[in-house]
Design a protein around this ligand. Structure first.
Ligand code: CP
Length: 320
């Protein structure tokens, strides 16, 4: 493993990581993949540490894989349930976090609909903060688990063409993936209806396409995104049928990508809206491999932030 040390105190986004940080997280995750194949799926790396899962938005994959990751590292875990908490009695986010911090956790994993809320926590909390998805902004562990999956398939996360398709506007997954793949020197395209793919994505270094066939030509990776109805995306195109006609990936359209292409999706998928069922279930799809890799990547992030080898650098860490 690399001698490079992880010097961040929080994981707020991909934007403020260096390529060396990304390589280190992936190498560390690769070493944790094996743990989940053991009969006893546990290592003592975070014994005595406490992780709080603070989810204010729905989640299946991220929440459960952070929970499994913490448990496989032998950490204690609190799953905070916002719907039955004192938030319902008017307690603020800050007071909720200060209350939980009074119980001395080491890491708080937060998902929130407000972009920037993980950063806000770092302004008053003592724990390491991990962003599990904040509004439209970033979903760093998703981009990292996507990168691990890509590395497993192609043997590298450099020199590739990745095309991200769908509701780019509302997608924290798209933003984190664009940051990551531009940092690693990859060719990144985004495709969708103009209303869901603002030209500002060009400023992030992505090529913008409004035609699916053109966008996915010669791609190594096609990453489909869900239309985020909960953020009002349904108002950005005339009908689901029309959206599907222009932007759903089918076997025929996928034939414009490289022969060796893989199909990714962060989930949850809307079958036969953005992705043809026959393709979602085909051997080109790595969607479930992405889910599996979520555990190793989240183990790596928790370990690099608070594992024993990092105790000595804890005092010297910069803000994030
Ligand atoms: N990919 C993802 O974030 O899924 P969940 O919303 O189920 O966590």
């Amino acid at each position: 493993m690399s001698k490079y040390q992880f010097k961040k105190n929080h994981l707020l986004g991909i934007e403020n990581l260096d390529p060396e940080d990304i390589d280190l997280i992936l190498e560390t995750a690769e070493s944790f993949v094996e743990v989940s194949t053991r009969n006893i799926k546990k290592v003592p790396a975070l014994k005595g540490k406490t992780v709080v899962n603070l989810f204010f938005e729905n989640s299946t994959r991220t929440r459960s894989s952070f929970e499994i990751a913490a448990k496989r590292l032998s950490a204690d875990l609190i799953n905070f349930n916002s719907s039955v908490s004192s938030l319902k009695k008017g307690e603020s986010l800050k007071d909720t976090v200060l209350t939980l911090e009074a119980m001395n956790p080491n890491i708080i994993v937060i998902r929130h609909s407000a972009s920037g809320s993980p950063y806000y926590l770092t302004t008053f909390a003592k724990s390491s903060i991990v962003n599990a998805g904040d509004g439209f902004h970033e979903h760093p562990t998703q981009a990292l688990l996507d990168a691990l999956t890509i590395k497993q398939v192609f043997g590298t996360i450099r020199g590739l063409k990745i095309t991200i398709v769908g509701d780019i506007l509302h997608s924290r997954v798209a933003r984190s993936n664009i940051f990551l793949h531009k940092k690693m020197g990859n060719d990144v395209s985004v495709v969708g209806p103009p209303s869901l793919v603002p030209e500002e994505f060009e400023k992030m270094g992505a090529k913008v396409h409004y035609n699916l066939k053109n966008g996915i030509k010669n791609s190594d990776i096609i990453m489909m995104l869900r239309v985020q109805g909960e953020r009002g995306a349904g108002r950005y195109f005339p009908s689901v049928r029309e959206y599907r006609n222009y932007f759903a990936i089918t076997k025929e359209l996928a034939s414009y990508a490289k022969k060796s292409f893989i199909l990714m999706h962060p989930g949850p998928i809307n079958r036969d809206v953005e992705i043809d069922t026959s393709l979602a279930d085909s051997d080109k799809s790595v969607i479930l491999q992405q889910v599996t890799n979520g555990i190793a990547v989240r183990m790596a992030v928790l370990f690099l932030l608070k594992g024993a080898m990092n105790e000595s650098v804890d005092q010297k860490r910069p803000g994030n």
